[in-house]
Design a protein around this ligand. Structure first.
Ligand SMILES: Nc1ncnc2c1ncn2[C@@H]1O[C@H](COP(=O)(O)OP(=O)(O)OP(=O)(O)O)[C@@H](O)[C@H]1O
Ligand SMILES: [Mg+2]
Length: 315
């Protein structure tokens, strides 16, 4: 693989704070909500499945003439200006574009963390418009794994407990929870770091814990907003290899990056400018392995069917 250029110098340390809410201090609204999505408040039962569920379609994401306008007093920011895109199940998409071009805004809508001003968004054939917040939270919990640039791990909490947390809040019992967390950490190459605190892990290892947390619930869709933005070259490729493996195993991956070398691992590159798609380039077929992927024997937890997941939750 080609070396990365323009690496940022040092990894961001694990966020400091006393509690989960504080952990996400400094993160954007979307990160807070994604944290909420994957780590709802203790005691809150898993939200009931939404009534609008339908049979899965090949297109996991259908975005149609999406606009997002932020109003700040008299000023309107047109963050998305009519974006239409379809992402098939099993694709691996890199979203690129200059700062402020609308990448995170688009991803936050795709992740059901935010709603569009206008336009339609179908996730697995289901129109997310009109869903109540608890339904959206349920969709996020069941279908989507989020990874952010700043890891968002809870300090003074072991790697395995960090990975288990979303499953605690989703109501999964201790046995399957621990097994899944161990599997996920093994899948990201951290079987020997289960009981380390974030402060005892390198930046790359912390991000791998965050990836393990995202995949432990077995989501079919992984959304990552600049997941390698705080990593050095070596850690970047370790993390990218994991995303590639997850994609090779059938998960749909959408990641935002500023780096050409990172986008090279994706099957498709979408570039935004001023809230519009200006380039949509396929680098490898949806069916088949991602371009730079070389299998190296590790296995990630296989995605259970919704029925298997429900059975485990009920146990
Ligand atoms: N909550 C908000 N309120 C007002 N304006 C916002 C808000 N979030 C984003 N914006 C604006 O919308 C535009 C798109 O922002 P967005 O975060 O999607 O950009 P981005 O492509 O992810 O940029 P970066 O690469 O810097 O992360 C920017 O002009 C930004 O200032
Ligand atoms: Mg952004």
């Amino acid at each position: 693989m080609t070396p990365l250029s323009r690496r940022r110098a040092s990894p961001t340390p694990a966020l400091q704070g006393q509690a989960a809410a504080e952990v996400r201090d400094g993160a954007g609204d979307a990160e807070r909500r994604a944290g909420g999505a994957q780590a709802q408040s203790p005691g809150s039962p898993p939200a009931p499945p939404g009534p609008k569920r339908s049979a899965p379609t090949p297109d996991v994401i259908v975005v149609d003439r999406l606009t997002k306008t932020y109003s700040l007093g008299d000023i309107e920011v047109h963050a998305l200006q009519g974006v239409s895109v379809t992402i098939e199940r099993g694709d691996f998409v890199a979203i690129m574009g200059a700062s402020g071009s609308g990448k995170s805004t688009l991803m936050n809508i795709i992740g059901c963390l935010d709603l569009p001003t206008q336009g339609r968004y179908l996730l697995d054939g289901v129109d997310v418009r009109g869903m109540e917040e608890d339904e959206l939270a349920d969709v996020r919990n069941r279908k989507i794994g989020f990874v952010f640039q700043s890891f968002n791990l809870i300090p003074r909490t072991s790697a395995i407990a960090n990975v288990e947390l979303p499953m605690v809040y989703a109501g999964l019992r201790k046995g399957p929870r621990r097994r899944r967390a161990e599997e996920a950490l093994r899948a990201v190459g951290l079987a020997d770091r289960l009981h380390h605190y974030p402060s005892e892990l390198s930046g790359g290892q912390q991000q791998r814990v965050a990836v393990a947390r995202a995949i432990a619930t077995n989501p079919a869709l992984i959304l990552a907003d600049e997941p390698t933005g705080n990593l050095d070259t070596h850690a970047t490729f370790e993390v990218l290899d994991i995303f590639s493996k997850l994609n090779a195993d059938g998960r749909t991956v959408v990641l935002i990056t500023h780096e050409d070398d990172v986008a090279d691992v994706a099957k498709r590159v979408i570039r935004l400018r001023d809230g519009e798609i200006i380039e949509d380039r396929r680098q490898a077929p949806v069916a088949g392995p991602p371009p730079r992927y070389t299998a190296h024997g590790q296995s990630s937890p296989s995605a259970p069917s919704p029925a298997e997941r429900d059975a485990e939750l009920a146990r």
